[in-house]
Design a protein around this ligand. Structure first.
Ligand code: HEC
Ligand code: HEC
Ligand code: HEC
Ligand code: HEC
Ligand code: HEC
Length: 429
């Protein structure tokens, strides 16, 4: 299949860097340039380094979960067949593309992740991001498929010019350049869009659809690199900048309770009708800029519905299996193994050709179900319980976020917390 730059989606900035200041020349790519470590940049940009070091992007590729999913190992380092290398021992895979972009772009082709780490990859570093000059989103208008190989979509200028949001920055350590691409979602699309057999990471595409409709008005940066706080310098020795221009490098997503709390609104109503208690639940994606959840196919959100009588005894669920959580909610005996419990899962799990669930993007054949909620849309579901004898019930409904499916975490030996997103409790008479 041929992809040409002419099939680029509309609305992208054509020029990457617009230079200011008489002394600057257009930055050119210098293949001999070595990316500086984050600690170097952070010696002057302390707030950026502190925030970024705590993010998941700042940790990859050293994040163990990521490496184990690449190598097909469990948390104890034993081979478990679940991972890219278990299926393709002799191929590098595309994993390094977005997790160690420096090495892949330097090589010009896919590289083995472990080789990239051994060769001293800086991961997704300050210096990598700030020497990017342009990102293209390439989509074949006929098939609707994207071309997402990082070597095709990114332009960069390795060297001492750092691009950012200011038009008047002056630094003793490096040249600076105003870079509009850094303020736009297309910058993040470089990695938050992955076309495999399926569109396994669809975050940018989901955002773009909502943005074009006017449903979402903000860029990725506005929500994941929030502004706020006091006016302050962004570098040692730099001028005081307006807080509204300083974007914190937090990148909070599915591993941060504060972020997942911003996404959903829960509406709950109940009524007793003869021998039945009916519970009506509405889940609205009120805060995310894309589907909820989005990102990696492992992410899942559980709606858990419970009903009790006056004495606090659980009421019997009578609504049948269609009102219960699927096996991916956990089939063990623990309190967080919620398969079969009244509720609903919001996710897009992948299935392999042989029918194994969950699959990764790399071995996915088809989608088991897609219940993710689009921005500002509402999911409506109803649950039936046996009515309490006293005619008085208490209903508790909660929404929790899991960065992976419980059965997978159990099998891998990964630690998995339930992050609370929303909770509602009502009395029904
Ligand atoms: C994933 C890419 C990425 C990484 C990694 C990254 N930045 Fe940024 N940075 C951005 C983007 C995007 C903006 C502009 C946000 C906007 O204005 O909308 C920015 C803005 C800035 C600014 C302008 C002031 C501010 O905070 O908004 C400075 C300075 C900066 N980054 C330095 C750093 C340093 C130092 C590091 C490493 C500790 C770093 N960046 C890591 C993407 C990145
Ligand atoms: C010796 C201190 C120092 C070091 C080291 C340093 N910077 Fe800076 N940087 C500055 C100063 C000062 C500014 C200007 C701040 C301003 O004008 O508000 C700046 C500005 C920036 C900007 C904003 C550019 C713009 O036009 O918006 C970015 C991005 C940036 N630096 C990234 C980096 C990166 C990446 C590194 C590591 C490779 C780095 N800096 C290392 C001092 C430093
Ligand atoms: C060079 C590739 C790359 C770029 C550019 C990039 N990301 Fe990421 N991002 C990743 C990877 C890889 C991860 C997963 C890291 C991990 O968990 O190992 C990630 C994770 C995240 C997460 C989830 C963190 C969590 O807590 O689970 C958020 C949010 C995020 N990125 C936002 C952004 C935004 C916003 C931008 C644009 C300003 C951006 N990213 C640009 C590769 C990238
Ligand atoms: C209006 C605010 C908003 C915008 C715009 C936005 N996000 Fe998010 N994002 C959220 C919230 C809230 C969550 C947590 C809920 C969720 O998981 O969807 C989230 C979650 C995420 C996650 C974690 C995985 C997940 O569950 O979805 C990633 C990765 C992410 N966002 C990346 C992006 C990227 C990339 C863009 C731009 C293309 C973007 N976001 C635009 C608010 C936003
Ligand atoms: C196109 C860019 C891209 C490619 C290629 C890619 N990833 Fe990722 N990966 C991401 C982004 C972006 C995230 C974060 C999504 C989110 O937060 O939901 C991520 C998240 C992950 C996570 C979740 C980490 C965690 O701690 O939750 C794992 C595991 C992972 N990737 C493994 C892989 C493997 C294995 C491959 C190769 C088969 C691969 N990735 C290829 C961009 C990419």
């Amino acid at each position: 299949m041929k992809h040409r730059w002419s099939s680029i989606m509309a609305g992208l900035p054509l020029a990457g860097l617009v230079l200011v200041g008489a002394a600057s020349a257009a930055p050119v790519d210098d293949p001999a340039y070595h990316y500086k470590p984050n600690s170097y940049c952070g010696s002057c940009h302390k707030e950026q380094l502190r925030d970024y070091s705590r993010s998941m992007m700042g940790k990859t590729p050293h994040d163990q979960v990521f490496q184990q999913f690449y190598l097909g190992l469990d948390a104890k380092g034993r081979k478990d067949g679940m991972g890219y290398k278990a299926l393709h021992p002799d191929e590098p895979g595309d994993c390094a593309n977005c997790h160690t972009p420096d090495m892949v772009l330097n090589a010009g082709h896919e590289v083995d992740l472990m080789d990239a780490i051994a060769a001293g990859s800086q991961g997704i570093s300050c210096d990598f991001c700030h020497t990017v000059t342009d990102v293209k989103v390439i989509r074949d208008p006929k098939t609707g498929r994207y071309q997402t190989a990082i070597t095709r979509v990114v332009r960069r200028a390795r060297g001492d010019t750092k691009g950012g949001p200011y038009r008047d920055a002056v630094s003793p350590a490096h040249k600076t350049a105003y870079s509009p691409i850094h303020t736009r979602s297309e910058f993040c699309a470089m990695c938050h869009l992955n076309q495999e057999h399926l569109l396994s990471l669809s975050t940018y595409a989901d955002w773009k659809q909502a943005y074009d409709k006017g449903v979402v008005k903000r860029q990725c940066q506005d929500c994941h690199m929030p502004t706020g706080g006091k006016d302050r310098p962004v570098a040692l020795g730099g001028p005081v900048r307006k807080a509204a221009t300083i974007h914190r490098h937090l990148f909070h997503g599915g591993h941060f309770a504060d972020q997942v709390k911003k996404a959903a609104t829960l509406g709950v109503a109940g009524r007793i009708q003869g021998k039945q208690l009916l519970v009506d639940v509405r889940v609205t994606n009120s805060g995310a800029g894309h589907t909820m959840p989005d990102g990696a196919t492992l992410r899942n959100i559980l709606l858990v519905v419970e009903a009790y009588d006056d004495a606090g005894r659980p009421l019997r669920h009578t609504g049948g299996p269609r009102e219960t959580l699927p096996p991916l909610a956990g089939r063990g005996k623990g309190p967080r193994d919620l398969a079969g419990h009244p509720g609903k899962m919001f996710a897009r799990p992948f299935v392999t050709r042989k029918g194994t669930v969950p699959a990764g993007g790399f071995n996915a054949d088809h989608v088991l179900f897609d219940t993710r909620i689009r921005p500002r849309e509402t999911d409506h579901s109803v649950y039936h319980f046996a009515a309490p004898r006293s005619g008085h019930a208490r209903v508790v409904v909660r929404l929790v976020y899991r960065w992976t499916y419980k059965p997978m975490a159990d099998r891998k030996g990964w630690r998995l917390d339930d992050l609370p997103m929303a909770r509602r409790e009502i009395e029904v008479r």
